[in-house]
Ligand binder design. Structure first.
Ligand SMILES: O=c1ccn([C@@H]2O[C@H](COP(=O)(O)O)[C@@H](O)[C@H]2O)c(=O)[nH]1
Length: 271
């Protein structure tokens, strides 16, 4: 089954639009991991196992692993664990890749063959040839930055070109020209709900990955109302820190599960 089909199936079987972000920061891990040489892996595994029942997807951010010695091995083993123990939950590698075609081809090997992710986030700034190696991968997902969640999103993404802001050109081009295989999705920040509404109008039922609720303060109700599709799905709403660090005590996994359940239920209230 393709990434998009697996995502759609998971939305329904888990009754969840929540994506659990796996961004392990060594400075914030619970005390019990202080002397654990494999802390990045062990912490994320415990969080994922505790929150899986409430998740439509997992999203490890590559920087939190690659920044540390042994981190890429931890990421590889983590995704292998997710695929083995939670095979119905798609894994999105947040890598924000984008480069000339020959280098992009290596990034596609990294995301899909080395790490075993179902989908990867991509920066569309370098254009179609930089996306092609990902779009050609049967069954894998390509999730392009459209309107990001950070304040600096305005610097370039809202620049007017031919009467419309750049992010709208990105949404339209990807929906109309890059999505021939039906494996594209877009990243839209929860902190820009009005722009989310416009993007939903442009892209039809294309899945949207929404970071920015929780620690970044995005409004869940506005996100769901403005971003959902007619059947009440279409969204992959990510929270990382708000779930990962719900408690720094011995109860960290239970607290993460409670935070995930509460956010899943809050999202569902507005569907
Ligand atoms: O526009 C974007 C694109 C990606 N992100 C990533 O999502 C998570 C958000 O983490 P929180 O702790 O829930 O704020 C993180 O991995 C970012 O790199 C984003 O925030 N905004």
């Amino acid at each position: 089954m393709s990434f998009i089909d697996r995502l759609r199936a998971r939305w329904h079987t888990a009754d969840s639009l929540l994506c659990v972000g796996l961004d392990p920061d060594p400075a914030r891990l619970p005390e019990r991991f202080a002397n654990d040489e494999d802390a990045l892996f062990a912490f994320c595994r415990d969080i994922a196992d505790a929150t899986a029942g409430f998740a439509c997807a997992f999203k490890p951010q590559i920087a939190y692993f690659a920044a540390h010695d042994g981190g890429e091995s931890a990421l590889q083993r983590l995704i292998a664990h997710l695929n083995a123990i939670h095979p119905d939950i798609p894994v999105i590698l947040d890598g924000k890749r984008g480069d000339i075609g020959s280098t992009a081809a290596q990034y596609a090997v990294e995301a899909f063959d080395r790490f075993g992710a179902d989908a990867v986030t991509l920066n569309p700034y370098m254009g179609f040839d930089s996306a092609e190696p990902f779009l050609q991968r049967d069954g894998r997902g390509a999730i392009f930055l459209c309107h990001t969640s950070n304040p600096g999103a305005r610097d370039f993404q809202e620049l007017m070109i031919d009467g419309a802001p750049l992010y709208q050109h990105v949404a339209r081009t990807i929906a109309e020209k890059w999505n021939g295989a039906g494996n594209c999705a877009l990243v839209v920040g929860a902190t820009f709900p009005e722009e989310l509404k416009v993007i939903r109008g442009i892209v039809g039922d294309m899945p949207l990955l929404i970071p920015g609720v929780g620690a970044q303060g995005g409004d869940v109700a506005a996100v769901v109302k403005n971003g959902k599709t007619a059947d009440g799905t279409g969204l992959v709403i990510n929270s990382s820190r708000g779930i990962l660090y719900a408690s720094s005590g011995e109860d960290f996994a239970e607290a993460a599960a409670d935070a995930a359940r509460e956010l899943r239920d809050d999202i569902n209230r507005w569907r």
